[in-house]
Design a protein around this ligand. Structure first.
Ligand SMILES: Cc1cc2nc3c(=O)[nH]c(=O)nc-3n(C[C@H](O)[C@H](O)[C@H](O)COP(=O)(O)OP(=O)(O)OC[C@H]3O[C@@H](n4cnc5c(N)ncnc54)[C@H](O)[C@@H]3O)c2cc1C
Length: 375
């Protein structure tokens, strides 16, 4: 069978779904291709479900801009469509003098990014979180949590009702530039097949570098090589979820925001993610690393949690542009016309805060698509 499409989106994680829901219209043929049996089986369902405020990212970066705009859009979308979410707020707590100095820097960066923030007095700290220990703390009232599955189900429904079609168990294995767009080769359980599309949007998450490579991009030169960073979560037993009222984070002392309190919309308490780089996709939690939790900053701030309260739970793997020990890298969201690929849009390195940013990224990409289709 041969198809032609106006827009083809590769990957049905939260980013592909959000883009599909934004670009689909009656007069457009829009396809969403997903290699797994259903949507959102990779990064988008294996994360902390935090609606970030935009504190951590370099001022002016796409991460900072998309996160701030996404925070507002996501809260609005959830409220309007009955998607479970909670603007519970978050505290970042310092337990040492060095961390307190870093916390000041974080406060200034967050403020520069336009994020509402407040340094807490000791009294306010113990009023808000009586069981938390720390010497200084920062309060972020616009941080929240969202039911990521419900969000994706909503985005899929909206995309489909706007006319987008989704094909599961369909893996893109080749992309070739042709005169009026791209020929995409795919495989499913029974055969290989192909179709053409005027616009192609790469939202392949952990494999976004491979998809960019299929289109002929030299990913080393473009700095698109993805590094896989695994984050492990531990559930906290013994009714200790009643001893925290909101998200509590340590002061980040490396590239990661650090293992933190994760609450979901049902009040379930987890700690994590504890991150390390990996070279295979394997979601088993390596509980030999549990000892590292005992020594983490978050455990110092929450002395009522004993290492024996922690049970290995789930993990997620993040698509990072920064390799081990490297500095800040921004999201890549780029129309690749100047690489000889008009109509090809790459989204590479959409790691945290990608879930938060998803509605803002979808708008951004929708503008790029309109420019391409109207040119
Ligand atoms: C541990 C962890 C914690 C996080 N915490 C947060 C948080 O609290 N807040 C936040 O805002 N963000 C968080 N993030 C980041 C967020 O989860 C991601 O940015 C977001 O889910 C990325 O979505 P995506 O659609 O780009 O990728 P994915 O969800 O990975 O989706 C990509 C899809 O592409 C498909 N695909 C790949 N290759 C092909 C192919 N060749 N053909 C067809 N389909 C293909 C995959 O099967 C997959 O379904 C976290 C991430 C992790 C891992």
């Amino acid at each position: 069978m041969s198809y032609t499409a106006d827009i083809t989106i590769i990957g049905a994680g939260v980013i592909g779904l959000a883009i599909a829901s934004e670009v689909a219209r009656d007069d457009r043929e829009v396809y969403l291709l997903e290699k797994n049996e259903t949507f959102g089986q990779e990064q988008s369902s294996r994360n902390s479900e935090v609606i970030h405020a935009g504190i951590y990212y370099e001022t002016g970066s796409l991460k900072a801009r998309m996160c701030l705009e996404g925070n507002g859009l996501l809260n609005e979308l959830c409220t309007k469509n009955g998607i479970a979410h909670n603007k519970c707020g978050k505290i970042i707590v310092a337990t040492t003098a060095v961390e307190a100095e870093e916390l000041e820097k974080l406060y200034r960066r967050g403020k520069n990014n336009g994020v509402p923030l407040k340094m807490l007095s000791r009294r306010e700290m113990s009023q808000l979180e009586p069981n938390m220990k720390g010497i200084a703390a920062l309060f972020s009232p616009t941080t929240g949590i969202v039911d990521s599955y419900a969000l994706m189900r909503h985005l899929l429904g909206k995309a489909q009702s706007n006319g987008a079609r989704i094909a599961y168990k369909t893996k893109v294995i080749g992309i070739e530039r042709i005169s009026n767009g791209y020929e995409l080769r795919m495989e499913n359980a029974s055969s290989d097949f192909s179709f053409t599309s005027r616009v192609v949007i790469n939202c392949a998450g952990l494999y976004s570098d491979k998809v960019a490579e299929m289109a002929g991009i030299n990913v080393e030169k473009a700095n698109y090589r993805i590094h896989w960073c695994k984050g492990e979560y531990y559930s906290v037993s013994g009714g200790k979820n009643k001893l925290v009222n909101r998200l509590i984070y340590p002061v980040p002392m490396s590239i990661s925001v650090g293992a933190h309190v994760c609450l979901d919309v049902n009040g379930r308490l987890r700690l994590g993610p504890l991150f390390y780089y990996v070279d295979e996709v394997n979601y088993k939690v390596d509980d030999s690393r549990k000892k590292a939790f005992g020594e983490s900053s978050i455990m110092k701030a929450l002395p009522f949690i004993e290492p024996s309260d922690l049970d290995p739970e789930t993990s997620g793997i993040m698509a990072m542009l920064q390799g081990q020990g490297e500095g800040f890298q921004d999201f890549v969201i780029r129309h690749e016309y100047d690489r000889g690929l008009p109509g090809f849009i790459n989204l590479v390195g959409i790691e945290s805060p990608g879930l938060t940013s998803s509605p803002a990224i979808a708008r951004y990409v929708s503008h790029l698509v309109n420019e391409i289709l109207e040119s």
